[in-house]
Design a protein around this ligand. Structure first.
Ligand code: HEC
Ligand code: HEC
Length: 244
């Protein structure tokens, strides 16, 4: 089915997989605590050179807690080459893992301290009651991915008000003047925002004028992805589950 890829490519793919995907899919891609086995995944089996895996990775599956990745098609082709090089045998199939292996007290200390979660979240504000809204497994995925963003949140009627930052945008006009605020609308032809005084501004766009820089509020979660320690995630999950 899959002709062998050059060993350098397979090695590169393994490295990219380890730093971006193994946290959920397991270091051998045979399934982790929250992500399925990819070696025997139907899509992965049908994929030849990353063409089916690339759109999944670049768009994510926000509803199931898989974030999107800003990886290039070449990086994902390397991941695909590594996945396809894995034997299909059952060896190493995941055992049923218990999600709640962490220590809630450590998780609470990490949440309020070293984890710096309180920059954007509060256990009595936006995350209050999260333990009764989601399964532990979903909570763990949300800690890693940040979830699908504000659109999803807005539709959840039971959710308390959000105090996390919205998507912001900075528009730099040819004169050098900068206008900054919450992004309201962005297309190839227009960018619109609301500034901190609540005033609405809208600018026509021609090619790269004016300059537009959008800041994704989930960037923190995305940047954090390769750096998580399993113990911290487990402790945080154990803690957030207690927020009923
Ligand atoms: C935060 C956890 C998480 C991370 C990180 C993650 N995934 Fe996933 N992934 C999931 C979950 C959960 C699913 C299952 C979605 C479902 O049930 O349909 C999934 C599904 C998939 C699928 C299968 C889609 C299908 O329809 O069969 C592929 C392929 C995949 N992931 C590849 C990757 C790759 C490659 C990476 C790294 C670049 C990655 N994932 C990182 C959680 C994650
Ligand atoms: C710089 C800001 C920032 C920091 C720091 C941050 N997050 Fe987030 N987080 C977000 C944003 C933005 C969202 C998306 C919110 C939404 O969907 O409404 C989010 C979503 C989440 C969600 C999903 C909430 C839900 O109800 O869907 C969880 C859980 C979460 N973060 C946990 C954490 C934890 C734990 C930490 C610390 C280790 C942390 N976050 C640090 C910005 C941040």
């Amino acid at each position: 089915m899959h002709p062998p890829a050059p060993p350098e490519q397979v090695a590169r793919g393994e490295q990219i997989f380890r730093s971006n995907c193994s946290f959920c899919h397991g270091s051998d891609a045979r399934g982790g605590e929250t992500g399925p086995n990819l070696v025997r995944d139907e899509v992965v089996l049908r994929d030849q050179r990353g063409e089916l895996i690339t759109p999944i990775v670049q768009n994510g599956i926000p509803a199931q807690g898989m974030p999107k990745f800003a990886l290039s098609a070449a990086d994902i082709t390397d991941i695909a080459a590594w996945l396809h090089s894995q034997p299909l045998s059952d060896r190493g199939a995941p055992s049923t893992l218990d999600i709640l292996v962490g220590d809630a007290k450590h998780g609470e200390a990490y949440f309020n301290g070293a984890g710096r979660c309180t920059q954007c979240h509060s256990a009595t504000g936006d995350l209050a009651g999260i333990g009764s809204r989601y399964e532990p497994k979903t909570i763990q995925n949300l800690i890693v991915s940040g979830g699908g963003g504000r659109g999803r949140r807005r539709s959840a009627a039971a959710a308390p008000p959000v105090n996390v930052p919205p998507t912001t945008v900075t528009v730099t006009l040819p004169s050098g003047q900068r206008v900054q605020g919450d992004l309201d609308h962005l297309s190839a032809f227009v960018v619109a925002l609301r500034d901190s005084n609540g005033a609405y501004h809208s600018f026509a766009r021609h090619d790269s004028i004016p300059k537009v820089v959008v800041t994704n509020p989930l960037q923190w979660h995305i940047d954090r992805l390769p750096q998580w320690r399993d113990a911290d995630i487990h402790d945080l999950t154990a803690y957030l589950v207690t927020l009923k």
